[in-house]
Design a protein around this ligand. Structure first.
Ligand code: MG
Length: 396
């Protein structure tokens, strides 16, 4: 099977564009969806399908330079994309493309540019089942209760039996020779709202491929908002990770806080807050994983409010911010670089304390302690350094 895809994007989308003109955009399909034009998603949907020989992209007259710069430049190589000038109606646009399609294609697959997410599995299924008829189209069973109403006075005449009703969607796959014939033998061809109806008009066999997946047609600004949400959810990473590191000097006359615990020792950490290097490293790891900056952005040392504040308060507030971004800690791993005191007797208590602050099971927090063999500021007992890795999981 050899297929030419026609993407109908020749209209401007008047309902969508009502109001002031949006920059260089002459079509709603040039609007951004998830950081690239809506139409780029539509093109992506047909990339890498073996049967597709070429893509004919029908665009509004005068938009060719914009499309070349913003849509075609830098696209990964795949089926060649040819630009076709749109007509006054959708059917006229499809006709313009059909005439330019390769005669070596035996099938034409027409798709609305405004449907950026045609279900990939269904596209494949259409291609597999195409040869059984002259045309096969994606159709959705009609679900709402439909009323027939008297013209003019709004009186309900009856309820339409929806059993055999389908909403016609795209893609629609049709034999090229038959579509050409349908255009030539139909004086009202340019008024047709889909390809199937053209085939019907000459008595060709058209089948429905029923489905109920999301195949949104972006008609209004609300549709675009829904599509954004759909995309965000689809592309969301299920896990993320972040790394944090912190060093504090060890000096006399200060308490020694580590992992939320006060550890008896002759020296303590010098710091604006309680100087808990382990909680600070964990806080930075959480912030890094969620893309929320660093602890200095959240609690600037220049602010006297944070003087001598316990780090547990910082960490809890950061945890709240992380949760608001839709993440929760799944695992925390840490290393403490410290010469003295020996942490052996405290490791389990630190583990439990960190787990409590983060509302995690203790076995999901690991605390490892190392000396530095007498080397460097930690080895010489002048500082404590902590490193932390945080793994976060999506909450929804
Ligand atoms: Mg610190």
């Amino acid at each position: 099977m050899s297929v030419s895809v026609i993407i109908a994007a020749g209209g401007s989308g008047q309902r969508f564009l009502s109001g002031p003109k949006q920059g260089p955009s002459r079509s709603k399909l040039f609007f951004s969806l998830g950081g690239k034009p809506i139409l780029a998603h539509t093109l992506d949907a047909f990339q890498g399908i073996r049967e597709i020989r070429e893509i004919l992209l029908v665009i509004p007259p005068g938009t060719e330079p914009w499309v070349r710069t913003h849509l075609l430049k830098g696209r990964p190589s795949g089926s060649p994309i040819r630009l076709v000038r749109g007509g006054k109606t959708r059917a006229e646009s499809v006709w313009n493309a059909l005439r330019k399609s390769s005669p070596r294609s035996d099938w034409i697959l027409v798709h609305d540019g405004a449907r950026p997410f045609p279900p990939k599995k269904r596209v494949q299924e259409l291609l597999r089942k195409g040869s059984q008829s002259d045309g096969i189209i994606l159709g959705r069973p009609v679900v709402p209760t439909l009323k027939r109403v008297a013209p003019g006075n709004g009186r309900v005449l009856g309820t339409v039996d929806r059993e055999d009703l389908f909403e016609a969607e795209t893609p629609q796959l049709v034999r090229r020779s038959i579509l050409l014939k349908a255009y030539k033998n139909n004086s009202k061809a340019f008024l047709a709202t889909d390809e199937a109806s053209l085939l019907e008009s000459i008595g060709a066999r058209v089948k429905i491929l029923p489905h109920s997946e999301w195949n949104v047609k972006i008609t209004t600004k609300e549709d675009l908002s829904f599509a954004e949400a759909f995309l965000a959810q689809k592309e969301a990473l299920p896990v993320t990770a972040g790394f944090g590191r912190d060093t504090h000097r060890l000096v006399s006359g200060r308490p020694f806080y580590l992992g939320g615990l006060k550890i008896p020792f002759e020296k303590g950490t010098l710091g604006h807050s309680d100087g808990d290097a382990l909680l600070h490293a964990i806080a930075d790891a959480l912030l890094g994983a969620a893309g929320l900056g660093d602890i200095g952005d959240w609690f600037p040392p220049s602010n006297p409010r944070y003087k001598n504040l316990r780090s547990e308060k910082f960490l809890k507030q950061i945890l709240k911010g992380v949760r608001e971004q839709g993440w929760k800690p799944a695992r925390i791993d840490t290393v403490i670089l410290l010469e003295k005191p020996k942490l052996g007797p405290y490791k389990e208590r630190i583990q439990k304390e960190v787990a409590r602050i983060l509302d995690l099971a203790a076995e999901l927090v690991s605390i490892k302690a190392k000396t530095q063999e007498g080397l460097g500021p930690e080895g010489e007992g002048r500082a404590v350094t902590c490193e932390a890795l945080a793994l976060l999981r999506r909450t929804a």
